[in-house]
Design a protein around this ligand. Structure first.
Ligand SMILES: [Fe+2]
Ligand SMILES: [Fe+2]
Length: 235
């Protein structure tokens, strides 16, 4: 499911958006999967590099746990209602070098800092009737500020300018091939739309009738990328 097109659609209210944000957090389990290999395959850096990168790896794992807790708090059986996968880390780990993976991570994280990124998610959490969502997005935003600093300290200095560093990340990411049509043809995924089931389960907990417009949401990442560029992240 495309969480971003739903999140930035003003016609939807904050409550169902908290579900998309818990999903965005939960699927961050993919980030430590690609960060651990960067750390393990990068030799000869100062101790502080490994300390900072390991802190960030732990943050990303914790972000995934925040998503899990958000669903459990709503009484939702997330392993059956929410589909997360590891195709992003699989593709990055097998197609890019550690430095190229760090570039992609930095590029994605830079895109999270404008007003439409982490701040927006925190505001949606506050506007919702779910106090955990606001709290988790507060942690998520604060951690992201630290992750930007870690990127500036350990990734950007290899380039002549911050812009060059970001452009390189964009270029590395565009090189990664993730063809879910092929995964489906090989029988590895049904690529099913799980949103109606998740939303219906949440509505049960909220004791409300599902809103038909929310229920029929079905945009995937086939045509719109997570940064809303048209084609096909989370840090
Ligand atoms: Fe994160
Ligand atoms: Fe991050």
């Amino acid at each position: 499911m495309n969480a971003e097109t739903f999140l930035y659609d003003e016609s939807f209210s904050p409550e169902p958006k908290t579900l998309m944000m818990f999903y965005k957090r939960l699927r961050e389990i993919d980030v430590p999967e690609m960060m651990s290999s960067i750390i393990a395959e990068t030799a000869g850096k100062p101790w502080e590099y490994y300390q900072d990168m390991t802190r960030q790896l732990w943050d990303e794992a914790r972000h995934a746990m925040m998503g899990e807790v958000g669903f459990v708090n709503l009484g939702i059986d997330w392993p059956s209602e929410v589909m997360v996968n590891h195709t992003w880390s699989l593709a990055l780990n097998t197609q890019l070098s550690p430095k190229e993976r760090h570039a992609v991570l930095y590029f994605i994280e830079q895109g999270l800092m404008p007003k439409t990124g982490k701040r927006f998610e925190w505001e949606v959490g506050l506007e919702s009737n779910n106090p955990l969502s606001g709290l988790f997005q507060d942690y998520d935003w604060a951690d992201e500020v630290l992750h930007s600093r870690i990127g500036r300290d350990w990734y950007v200095p290899d380039f002549n300018s911050p812009k060059e560093a970001i452009d390189y990340g964009d270029e590395c990411w565009s090189r990664v091939l993730m063809d879910w049509n092929q995964y489906r043809d090989e029988g590895k995924t049904e690529h099913r739309n799980w949103w109606p089931g998740l939303y219906t389960a949440a509505c049960k907990n909220w004791r409300i009738e599902p809103n038909p417009d929310v229920l029929k949401y079905s945009t995937s990442y086939e045509s719109v990328r997570a940064d809303l560029k048209t084609i096909s992240a989370s840090g």
